[in-house]
Design a protein around this ligand. Structure first.
Ligand code: TPP
Length: 631
């Protein structure tokens, strides 16, 4: 096989040895590596393919890692990993012990900041640029942010502050007109107007030509280019938003033309001021299936490169996203009857299962954009005005909205329902995406009820119950990828009743109190324990708040041993809540153990393997109970 250019590149210094005319070939080689790897490991394909030329251009023109790049979300940075000494380990992407799917400061000095959540990069970059100036240093700072992430409150707050501080920094707006699905919002319309303004575009092309032809242009050229562009934009670009915010705006340029990107970067990088470079990229670039269906290829599981089809999962593995679909179907059923139901997502209609609802009830569906804080405040307004808002946001992203949950929903005691998908370990996306903390951050707020279903049937019943409950907010949490349509024994379940748990299996030796899907795992553990003649009572707590402490205490008084089991952080979580309330209701010599996620950020890897590692598989739970039993 002919030697690839990529074979000789082990660092950005090697990249700089290439002449610019070689860069398109390198981009193609990097794409091939990304497609091949993601087809096997799964990951964020479409965004990473779109950003290849931009990443080559940045490492070609900057002096990394002294010059600093902050990636927003970080899901687009695969080419950055490949160019910064990690190409030989790239096949370990997202695997346990392997490379992270996101920038990770513990993985490489080139990953300055560990990221995974959106809209953070401009704030971080501005902070670093300010520190640099305080120390009279002169490295460069660049934030790379997507058009959807730019709509998040934090990014807009940062732009506002940056224009005021007037720091030397470069913000690259990587605009592919897509979030996971189509970008929404007035800002996205504004960007689209910049791109499509016909007269502006024509003259912009002349400016672009000027920028790319002159290898390193002098101040007089900058001045005339600027004057030309300025006059043009004053005439044609409504608002000149970025300029008004204090940034020099350049672009839009074709972000998939690596020579254009490189030449433009070379020219603007030395301008000592806040600059915003608007690059247009194609999400999924270079892989036809991803170009045609960027939503489907935003985050993918393993797929067949030739057909673009998902690799079939073995029959014995429960279908992914069972809870998500169950929610999506049930909310439609309820909304047909109840015209006050409205549904809200923060840029994730498919991921949360609301896409069908959006098609059926376009007037009652709201995509607030990648703006979780606003989504919750907005829901509060709808709730205040008499509607029943159902806000579906992943557990980890709802962290953003903590103050809105507190101030706009709980304090007003509004009937807002939160659907917290991906509550628990998500697997390969790792620490930024695990939903480990929601029980802790919701349980401590007054007025809100927090519940978790053990199977899809129970999720549907809980949703119906939450809609009928009219005394305040309700949060329903459920994990990723693991679900039973109807778990063993669930057909005989009791109806959902405020603050009441249920006994799934009676027993006399130990009490296992579990929440949500973990109740199925606890039942499995109980069946293993029976083989050792340990007769466990298993309680499905159903309510994280208010906890059915009477039911639990009665059982513990009988068995003398209490095990709480939850897929969430130990600190402040469900088990912690049980202890707060049970302490004066049980005997002093009761054996107590909380089985939960430890007080650390859990790494990425296979979900089942991680659950086992952290003691939450039926095998590990059985071992933990036996250990206490033998004491
Ligand atoms: C706070 C937050 N909300 C939601 C997400 C989930 N998410 C990851 S990428 C993405 C879309 C990003 O779109 P954009 O910024 O335009 O980048 P692109 O993928 O198009 O390159 C979303 C919604 C997230 N990572 N962080």
């Amino acid at each position: 096989m002919a030697e690839r250019l990529l074979d000789s590149i082990n660092s950005p210094a090697d990249l700089k040895k290439l002449s610019t005319d070689k860069l398109p070939i390198l981009a193609q080689e990097i794409r091939e590596v990304i497609i091949k790897t993601v087809a096997s490991s799964g990951g964020h394909l479409a965004s990473s393919l779109g950003a290849v030329e931009l990443i080559i251009g940045l490492h070609y023109c900057l002096n990394t890692p002294e010059d600093i790049i902050i990636w927003d979300v970080g899901h687009q940075a695969y080419a950055h990993k490949i160019l910064t000494g990690r190409k030989d380990r790239f096949d370990t992407l997202r695997k346990q012990g392997g490379l992270s799917g996101f920038p990770n400061k513990y993985e490489s000095e080139y990953d300055v900041f560990t990221t995974g959540h959106g809209s953070t990069s401009i704030s971080t970059a501005l902070g670093i640029a300010s520190a640099r100036d305080l120390e009279n240093k002169n490295y460069k700072v660049v934030a790379v942010i997507g058009d959807a992430s730019l709509g998040g409150g934090m990014a807009l707050e940062a732009l506002n502050h940056a224009g005021h501080l007037h720091k030397n920094m470069l913000v690259i707006l990587n605009d592919n007109e897509m979030s996971i699905s189509k970008s929404v919002g007035a800002l996205s319309k504004y960007l689209n107007r910049i791109i499509t303004a016909p007269v502006y575009n024509k003259i912009r092309k002349d400016v672009e030509g000027l920028l790319s032809r002159v290898p390193r242009f002098g101040f007089s050229v900058i001045r005339s280019a600027r004057r030309l562009e300025e006059g043009l934009k004053n005439l044609l670009v409504p608002g000149m938003l970025f300029e008004e915010l204090g940034f020099r705006y350049f672009g839009p340029i074709d972000g998939n033309d690596v020579v254009m990107v490189t030449n433009t970067l070379k020219n603007i990088i030395e301008l000592n001021k806040p600059i915003l470079l608007h690059v247009l990229t194609k999400k999924g670039k270079g892989y036809s299936f991803a170009e045609k269906g960027p939503e489907k290829f935003h985050g993918v599981a393993s797929f067949n490169v030739d057909t673009g089809e998902k690799v079939a999962i073995a029959k014995d593995i429960v279908p992914e996203e069972g809870f998500t679909k169950a929610f999506g179907n049930k909310i439609i059923e309820i909304a047909r009857e109840d015209k006050k139901i409205v549904a809200i997502t923060a840029a994730m209609p498919e991921g949360t299962g609301l896409d069908k609802f959006a098609d059926l009830f376009p007037d009652r569906f709201f995509d607030a954009g990648m703006a979780e804080q606003h989504a919750v405040g907005f829901a509060a307004g709808l709730g205040k005005a008499g509607f029943k808002p159902v806000v579906a946001i992943y557990s980890t992203f709802l962290q953003r909205s903590y103050d809105q949950i507190f101030h706009d929903v709980c304090l007003q005691n509004l009937n807002v329902i939160f659907m917290l998908d991906r509550a628990g370990l998500v697997g390969e996306d790792g620490p930024t995406h695990h939903g480990a903390f929601d029980m802790s951050y919701i349980r401590n707020l007054p007025n809100i009820v927090s519940i978790a279903p053990r199977d899809e049937e129970e999720l549907k019943n809980m949703l119906s119950w939450a809609v009928s409950y009219d005394k305040g907010p309700v949060a329903i949490r459920y994990p990723r990828g693991a679900s039973y349509a109807s778990a063993p024994g669930s057909k005989n379940s009791l109806p959902i009743n405020y603050g009441k748990g249920e006994i799934l299996k009676e027993g006399r030796d130990v009490t296992m109190v579990s929440i949500g899907y973990m109740s199925n795992i606890a039942l499995e553990a109980a069946s293993f324990l029976l083989k050792d003649r340990i007769d466990a009572e298993v309680i499905n707590a159903r309510f994280i708040k208010p906890i059915d402490i009477e039911l639990i205490a009665k059982s513990v008084l009988k068995t003398g041993r209490l095990f709480t089991i939850e897929e969430g952080a130990l600190s402040g979580g469900f088990g912690s809540g049980v202890l707060e309330l049970i302490i004066d209701k049980i005997k002093k010599d009761t054996i107590i153990k909380n089985i939960a996620l430890p007080d650390k950020f859990i790494e990425h890897g296979d979900r089942q393997a991680l659950l086992d590692k952290y003691g939450l598989s039926s095998k590990k739970i059985t071992e933990a109970v036996k250990k206490e039993w033998q004491k």
